[in-house]
Design a protein. Structure first.
Length: 175
């Protein structure tokens, strides 16, 4: 039984080391060849939680087997219990918060109404200029026209009034 526990412990530790050190490189090199290993189902069954549970099963089993007077079935039962608890803890304290922390640099042009921007290329009374806006996690340069038909010099702060035909119609911001 010690061999089972030791192999679970070593296998889980090796998986952790390999995935941390070589994970991105290995994924690129194999070009998705191991995608069939992905578990599509309940979100708790992420590879990190499953392998973490297997590792804890091995470690808890070894400790209980060596340092307790419990029988073989009780050792396996408690080791499974510890593994399930550890997997749930890993999911709720690591995996789930990391899923919620993902940010996107994408944005929609429709979301830009009301956004403050800076004029890069002067906007003439009739015609187009260019503004820089903060959108998502970065900045973006967009084509802009004057909403009220007034000239807006470069460096001026403007507010987006309307978005039409992928053009931002802006007005000078006066605070």
């Amino acid at each position: 039984m010690e061999t089972l526990f030791l192999s679970c412990l070593i296998g889980g530790a090796l998986f952790a080391v390999i995935s941390v050190i070589f994970g991105d490189w290995l994924s690129l090199a194999l070009d998705g060849a191991l995608d069939f290993l992905s578990i599509d189902g309940h979100p708790v069954l992420q590879p990190m939680t499953v392998v973490g549970g297997i590792t804890v099963f091995g470690g808890a089993g070894m400790m209980l087997d060596r340092y307790s007077e419990l029988g073989g079935a009780a050792v396996i039962g408690f080791a499974v219990l510890f593994a399930v608890i550890a997997g749930i803890c890993v999911y709720f304290f690591y995996v789930k918060p990391m899923e919620n922390s993902e940010s996107s640099t994408g944005y929609s042009m429709k979301e830009l109404s009301g956004v403050i921007a800076e004029v890069l290329v002067p906007i003439p009374e009739v015609g187009y200029g260019e503004v820089m806006i903060k959108a998502g996690a970065g900045v973006s340069n967009q084509i802009a026209a004057s909403f009220d038909g007034s000239m807006i010099p470069s460096g001026a702060r403007v507010v987006v009034i309307e978005v039409k035909d992928n053009t931002l119609y802006v007005s000078k911001l006066e605070l």
